[in-house]
Design a protein around this ligand. Structure first.
Ligand code: ZN
Length: 314
């Protein structure tokens, strides 16, 4: 991911000068057959998600094409046994050579026509391959979160939209600082593939999770994300009492949601791009499990599942 925080000041000044309020969310008109939302928050087993974090981190650095990367792929797949899984495998030619890229998609069918995608990248940065950089927050926290969401969805009969969980690959830039043409390989390939085969038209929302395990959790409001979907996430956070962890700061984020936004898919990036003072732990060997909290996984997991409920009602 690449953050532009300088955009914030410009945005606020512009919004103030023009007195432009945020675009209001359209009023949902639930179909007569839809049940009212339950009062109880969705369940999310944060201690199990945290265990997944520790197990993935234990594999070590996992740059694309590496043996550790293959082990993490197998780890994810081993937790999806019995689920409907699609693997999107291809090869890229980057300035550093040719690399395999492997997206993993687990599909949980629903009764309503349409798909909600929840995504996380699972690779670590190729340029950081020779240091002990494990990306506990950047890549692992969100990948573990998705594994636990799979547990929550598995075996339940969904009345709402189908939910597809996407562990996407090669998000990280092949060069540092960030390089647009040599990053987001997995999602760029998948967005194009889904556009070509007609899947993209069915995607009602793309929810991206990135760096959501920080014990000091402050999920930013990404100005590039779809405004009504950000509003819905805040509504979900408020419903489950976690709104104080959301959207105190506005940023402009280039991340895995961008190729979908560019194709007209409503998309939102749930990201806390301030990891340690002034983001000091990001992309360093300090991105380790001790900086994370199962409570943060619980907050984001619960808010994500509540957002899915709200989307189902829309
Ligand atoms: Zn990163």
């Amino acid at each position: 991911m690449k953050t532009l925080t300088t955009f914030l000041a410009c945005f606020l000044i512009t919004a103030y000068a023009h007195g432009a309020p945020a675009t209001p969310a359209p009023n949902p008109t639930p179909a007569a057959t839809q049940a009212p939302l339950p009062d109880t928050p969705p369940t999310f087993n944060a201690s199990r998600a945290m265990q997944y974090v520790k197990e993935i981190v234990a594999f070590g650095p996992r740059p694309i094409g590496s043996e550790n990367h293959r082990k993490v792929e197998n780890y994810i797949l081993s937790h999806l046994k019995g689920d409907t899984v699609e693997q999107d495998n291809f090869e890229i030619t980057a300035s550093e050579g040719k690399f395999p890229v492997h997206n993993i998609i687990a599909k949980f069918p629903g009764g309503r026509d349409g798909i909600i995608v929840i995504a996380s990248h699972y690779d670590t940065n190729w340029p950081l391959r020779n240091i002990k950089y494990v990306g506990a927050n950047d890549g692992v926290s969100s990948s573990a979160l998705l594994l636990e969401i799979a547990n929550e969805l598995r075996g339940t009969k969904r009345e709402g939209y189908s939910v597809w969980l996407l562990w996407d690959d090669a998000e990280e830039s092949m060069k540092l600082p960030w390089n647009d043409p040599e990053s987001l390989y997995g999602v760029r390939h998948l967005a194009q593939k889904w556009q070509d085969d007609g899947t993209l038209k069915k995607v009602k929302a793309f929810l991206l999770e990135d760096m959501i395990g920080d014990a000091n959790l402050n999920v930013d409001r990404d100005q590039q994300s779809t405004a009504w979907l950000e509003d819905l996430i805040y509504q979900a956070a408020t419903r489950v009492g976690y709104q104080s962890h959301f959207f105190a700061r506005a940023i402009y984020e280039t991340d895995d949601h961008v190729p979908f936004l560019q194709r007209g898919v409503p998309a939102a990036d749930l990201i806390d791009a301030d990891y340690g003072y002034n983001n000091v732990f990001w992309h360093t060997t300090e991105d380790t499990v001790d900086k994370l909290s199962p409570k943060s996984l619980a907050i984001v997991g619960t808010v994500t599942l509540e957002t899915v409920r709200l989307l189902d009602q829309k």
